[in-house]
Each structure stands twice: as C-alpha cells, then as structure tokens.
Design a binder for this molecule. Structure first.
Ligand code: VGL
Ligand code: ZN
Length: 193
C-alpha cells in the first residue's frame, strides 16, 4: 500500500508568504496531478506558536490558525485524509512530519498498511529532507518526487546537498512523470494498477 505525504504546502512558504520558497507555488499543479494515483493522501502543516524558539532562526511564519499557515488555495485539499501538525511547541523546530503532535504519523501509516511513502512539498532542504530521512528510519520505502518539491537554499546548493543526503540514506528519487497515467489503468511504475 502506498500513500502520498504532502509536506507544508502552505501560503507562508509560497511567493508572497513570510518565508517564501522560490517557485514554491509551482509545485501545486504537480501535486494535484499526483493525487489521483493515490488512495491515501496525508499532509503535514508547519504550525507554530508565536513564542517559539524556531523564530530565533526564521522569520515568523505559519502561526497556528493564521492565513499564512493555510494550504495554498489551489491545492485540492479535500483529498487530504488527515493533517499532521508539527513545530507546535515553544521549544521545537518540528522540521519532520514524524514529529507531529496532534496525531502519531508512523502509527497512522502502519494502521493503514502503508509500506511505500511518496513525499512531495516544501521545503526540500528542511522539512522534506527531515521527513524523508525519518520515513526511511521508520522502515517505509521512501520516495521523493523531485519535480514536486522546492528548496529554501539559504546557502546556494543546500537543496542539492539535501537530495544527496536523502539518496545516501536510501531514499529513492522519482519524478511525477513516472506515475502520470490514471490509477484505473495502472502506470506500471508505482504499483497503482
Ligand atoms: C520549514 C523552515 C522553517 C519547512 C519550516 O517547511 O521546510 N523550513 N520552518
Ligand atoms: Zn517553521
């Protein structure tokens, strides 16, 4: 059983947002196109309290219940079964979706017989990376969809390094075009037939 995990596709990480990722919005149509290939879709949200130590490192972003923390409005969010909130405490960065505090992500995935986790979203060099490395540690076959992610790149090349780290940990990089045919016919590459 495979599942799609959408990491932090929130307004504040898109152009115009408080911690905008270059071209962050360009992945929205790609993610929407991926959705029909998955019978289980979950998402994470960066969900910070105002007085978080996280904001010693970053501009204030994704405050709990704020518009900046909402999903990008073009995302087909009605297909998302469950949202995992992370970075919710005063003392945690919560980069990884596996650190969600409202629900237990690994337990949820195991209860749904998920073996293969496909990850997309923002940002490549922080939350996507941390989530993919944790997914791999938890024993999921972990795939990152490279045209459905974008990075912050505080330092040039950070996202490329992040991808290297993921590969070294056993994460498999894939592309949305590898799974672009409808679920009913099966695409022969992602087990959706
Ligand atoms: C993220 C920096 C700070 C992310 C979250 O979603 O990658 N990056 N908070
Ligand atoms: Zn954050």
């Amino acid at each position: 059983m495979k599942a799609l995990l959408i990491v932090d596709l929130q307004n504040d990480f898109c152009p115009g947002g408080a911690l905008a990722v270059k071209e962050g919005d360009l992945i929205v149509p790609v993610v929407n196109q991926l959705m029909p290939h998955f019978s289980l879709i979950v998402a994470s949200m960066d969900w910070h309290p105002r007085n978080s130590i996280h904001f010693e490192k970053w501009p204030v972003h994704c405050l709990q219940h704020s518009e900046g923390a909402a999903f990008h409005h073009d995302l087909n969010s009605e297909r998302i079964e469950k949202v995992f909130l992370k970075g919710t405490q005063n003392l945690d960065d919560g980069y990884s979706a596996f650190e969600a505090t409202n629900f237990n992500l690994p337990e949820y995935l195991n209860n749904h017989d998920v073996t293969d986790l496909y990850i997309c979203g923002l940002a490549t060099d922080y939350c996507v990376k941390a989530t993919a490395l944790d997914a791999q540690k938890h024993g999921f076959n972990t795939f990152v969809i490279t045209d459905a992610i974008r990075g912050v790149d505080v330092h040039a090349g950070d996202s490329d390094w992040a991808l290297e780290e993921m590969i070294l940990a056993g994460v498999i990089l894939t592309h949305s075009s590898a799974s672009i045919t409808p679920v009913s016919r099966g695409c022969g590459c992602c087990g959706c037939s």
